[in-house]
Design a protein around this ligand. Structure first.
Ligand code: C5P
Length: 237
């Protein structure tokens, strides 16, 4: 497999074409961004840490029968993945209220959500990723109703695998964001990444924030914290 031209440069990852039509390379950069790219910093080792973290989590999900884009770890910061036709929405499940839900609904941070909630957001930086619902998604042709149901099913299936995994490591999985795409056969497959950049994790006892909120809120020790999370779920980085 040979890495070819750059296809797309996101805020934290760059996607490269390969000599195979149906495979891409994800390169995890050290860039860390928040507030729609308003705050950007380079954090040493973050690319490597997130690449290996993502690979580890995706393997756990595959083992539980959830199809993911990941094929193999290629190097410290690169991963070979299946090419997907990405659906331009973000799927967010929340177990505990935090972040934008607290601002939007005026509820207290830390409120346990029973049942966990599901929200769709449109991937559009210029519009600040507005919340959308099933009707917007079908009316604008971003996905069909069946694909919507499958994204919801899979996003909750991920919760059933990862909530206990983090819980065993003494952490609460507060919320997380997933993105899906269609493979060559039209199956909905989990793409993008699952790392502490795209979820909230709190220490169960102290409620210390161990995820990207450390960066957003200027709390420091961002990558150190990601490494600690990895260690607590059995991944030594
Ligand atoms: O900001 P908000 O509270 O809506 O985020 C919910 C979850 O989705 C958080 O874990 C956050 O890190 C993640 N997220 C993300 N990328 C975005 C928006 C949210 O990874 N563009």
């Amino acid at each position: 497999m040979q890495k070819k031209d750059e296809l797309y440069r996101g805020k934290a990852k760059t996607v490269f074409l390969t000599d195979s039509d149906d495979k891409l390379v994800l390169f995890f950069r050290n860039d860390t961004s928040a507030f729609d790219g308003e705050k950007i910093e380079q954090l040493e080792r973050k690319g490597e840490v997130n690449n290996k973290f993502n690979h580890y989590i995706m393997q756990k999900l595959e083992a539980a029968g959830i199809q993911t884009q990941v094929e193999e770890l290629l190097s410290d910061a690169e991963c070979l993945v299946k090419k997907l036709d990405m659906i331009p929405v973000e799927c967010v499940v929340r177990n505990i209220a935090a972040g934008s839900m607290v601002k939007r609904l005026g509820v207290e941070e830390g409120l346990v959500l029973n049942p966990p909630t599901f929200e769709f957001f449109l991937k559009n930086d210029a519009l600040h990723d507005p919340m959308v619902n099933d009707y917007h998604i079908t009316a604008f042709g971003w996905a069909t109703q069946d694909q919507i149901e499958e994204m919801k099913r899979l996003t909750f299936a991920v919760n059933n695998v990862l909530k206990p995994l983090f819980e065993e490591g003494g952490m609460l999985l507060v919320d997380y964001k997933l993105e899906f795409g269609l493979d060559a056969d039209g199956n909905i497959v989990l793409g993008d990444e699952f790392t502490p950049d795209g979820c909230r994790l709190w220490d169960k006892e102290t409620r210390k924030k161990l995820d990207k909120d450390r960066f957003r809120q200027g709390l420091g020790s961002v990558v150190e914290s990601y490494i600690e999370v990895a260690k607590r779920i059995g991944l030594e980085l």
